[in-house]
Write a protein that binds this ligand. Structure first.
Ligand code: ZN
Ligand code: ZN
Ligand code: ZN
Length: 340
């Protein structure tokens, strides 16, 4: 539900208005409301979901409808709070490039602007990205530190000699075994270095032979998403990642530059979660970061516990979310032929 008008109006559309006041009454009213808000999984739906789940298991493709007898269905509705924060951070770092252009944008053209004063196009909201931008007027030219301004460095293969000793002359014993003239060195014992073609040096990779480097400040802009998630308390034997992936029925969705905590939300657990989440995301921001957009949602996640007989054995399955994700609850580990 989108935000409309004042804080109070936000709850009106789905608040159980006729409930008497008092915390206990309020909670009872809400649990009633939550359970009736989401369509209940019927026996027929449960049967279809379980059979299709079982058909994906290697060992149980032949479970016929008759092999599955549902004894009891118990339904719960969990409430899930999510806060997504899209933030931008800016840091700067020194870097250099070979000096290939003569014009250099240095301090003689003015003072460098502060990082947050530099205009950088923002990617679409909630889309992570990183961009590197040169800070204006921050360039200066220096001699290349690697080659000390020569443009070339000593060849590491021949250590500057331009020649290498031939393996045929590596030892007297070796030579004695090869009476014929070596074709690689024509018997001289040395041959030209192939890395530098005999020059003894090669082009400096740091300045690419330009002898000088342009040093400048680079701004690194990072856009990132942070997620805070909280699920109302439950005693269900269900992996948290399954519940996190399960689709929910949307109860509230708010988006803005910065959302405020849902202080007056009728479920205290959700209020606390939203206070926690917004505080956590604000605290996690460093001095070089700011929030661009936030989105908070409250969803109802239906969970149905299915007690059944499967091939004559008692089993408990959970069906989670509006997308009916199935989990075999009372058997540890993965499904094997002996289990099912
Ligand atoms: Zn060499
Ligand atoms: Zn040789
Ligand atoms: Zn160099």
């Amino acid at each position: 539900m989108d935000r409309e008008g004042s804080q109070d109006q936000r709850w009106q559309a789905f608040s159980p208005m006729s409930e008497p006041s008092g915390r206990h009454q309020e909670l009872r009213g809400w649990s009633w409301f939550l359970e009736h808000r989401v369509p209940v999984v019927t026996e027929e739906v449960a049967q279809d979901a379980l059979l299709s789940f079982l058909s994906t298991r290697c060992c149980s493709s032949r479970v016929a409808a008759g092999g599955l007898v549902i004894r009891e269905l118990r339904s719960w509705t969990l409430c899930r709070y999510r806060l997504q924060t899209f933030s931008e951070s800016r840091t700067s770092e020194g870097t250099f490039q070979p000096l290939t252009r003569l014009s250099v944008d240095g301090p003689q053209r003015g003072a460098s602007p502060r990082l947050w004063d530099i205009t950088v196009p923002v990617p679409p909201m909630f889309q992570e990205d990183t961009r590197r931008v040169q800070v204006p007027h921050s360039s200066h030219v220096k001699e290349c530190h690697k080659c000390r301004g020569h443009g070339r460095v000593k060849c590491s293969s021949c250590h500057g000699a331009g020649m290498m000793s031939c393996p045929c002359h590596s030892g007297a014993k070796h030579r004695a075994q090869r009476p014929r003239r070596c074709p690689a060195c024509s018997g001289s014992g040395r041959h030209r270095c192939s890395t530098c073609s005999g020059r003894g040096s090669r082009q400096c990779a740091t300045c690419r032979g330009e002898k000088r480097l342009r040093h400048f400040t680079q701004m690194v802009v990072t856009w990132k998403n942070s997620l805070f998630e909280s699920l109302s308390q439950h005693a269900l034997d269900c992996p948290p990642e399954l519940l996190a992936r399960a689709r929910g029925h949307s109860l509230l969705q708010e988006e803005g530059t910065q959302v405020s905590p849902l202080e007056a939300f009728p479920l205290p657990e959700i209020s606390r979660a939203s206070e926690h989440g917004t505080a956590e995301h604000s605290a996690a921001l460093g001095p070089g970061a700011r929030i661009l957009r936030q989105r908070q949602t409250v969803e109802l996640v239906p969970v149905t516990e299915v007690h059944c007989w499967l091939r004559g054995r008692p089993r408990v399955f959970l069906i989670c979310g509006t997308d009916l994700r199935v989990h075999l609850a009372n058997v540890p580990g993965r499904c094997t032929c002996s289990v099912l």
